[in-house]
Design a protein around this ligand. Sequence first.
Ligand SMILES: Nc1ncnc2c1ncn2[C@@H]1O[C@H](COP(=O)(O)OP(=O)(O)OP(=O)(O)O)[C@@H](O)[C@H]1O
Length: 259
Amino acid sequence: MNAPILSARGLQKHYGRVTALDNCDFDLYPGEILAVIGDNGAGKSSLIKALSGAVRTDGGTITLEGKEVNFSSPLQAQEAGIATVYQTLALSPAMSIVDNMFMGREIRAAGPAGRWLRKLDHAKMREIAREKLSELGLMTIQNIDQPVETLSGGQRQGVAVARAAAFGSKVIILDEPTAALGVKESRKVLNLIQDVRSRGIPIILISHNMPHVFELADRIHVHRLGRRLCTVRPEDCTMSDAVALMTGAKAPPGETIAA
Ligand SMILES: Nc1ncnc2c1ncn2[C@@H]1O[C@H](COP(=O)(O)OP(=O)(O)OP(=O)(O)O)[C@@H](O)[C@H]1O
């Protein structure tokens, strides 16, 4: 296997007396979908927040493309190429699809004035938004000027994923992308995630939905008590094995449970 694109060693995160990350290691390899699974409170969100610059850890190192990084904000992580799509999506419902896609990275027309005085180049942003959405098979959304609040849950998720995939991201983190969706909408989002992978962008997928994890993941990082317990491949393990690993009912391959 190639070198990991994103990795972490010995991450520590404490909230008062609670240890959320306890010497946690992590590896994501190029082009893969890595699912992160774990029981409630196991520390999955803390791991993702550490990787995406949303929390500062108390110890450990994070390496992106072989270079150590130390993000002090999600924006820094995003600029380095780590895009995170949270369950809340961070879309502005009243704004249009195209404005949401370019929020914070608006394109301005060329001109002599300073950057913030130049007019927004709406035509260019529309053209790029259309191109990015159709690359990902999302042009069933007819009108990119329609407000995001008029879209279905799955379509909104689609816009958030397209935004993450569109701007030179090296890694996309998806936090429970199907949790709020019905069966049909989930199916579209699962297809979209596979499309993103087929474009060569590796994905970290946090999910409690075992059928989705087993359908999409190339590898599964099992998180338990603040650290990586083991990684397994879906073809080597059943869903009930994975749940048993998460809950501590089963020991990781090569280990036995202490009596
Ligand atoms: N901001 C915080 N303040 C205090 N404790 C926190 C904070 N964030 C997380 N924790 C604690 O850290 C531990 C790990 O939480 P975390 O949210 O990372 O787990 P999780 O695996 O994502 O859980 P879930 O699946 O329930 O979302 C938990 O005991 C949690 O209560």
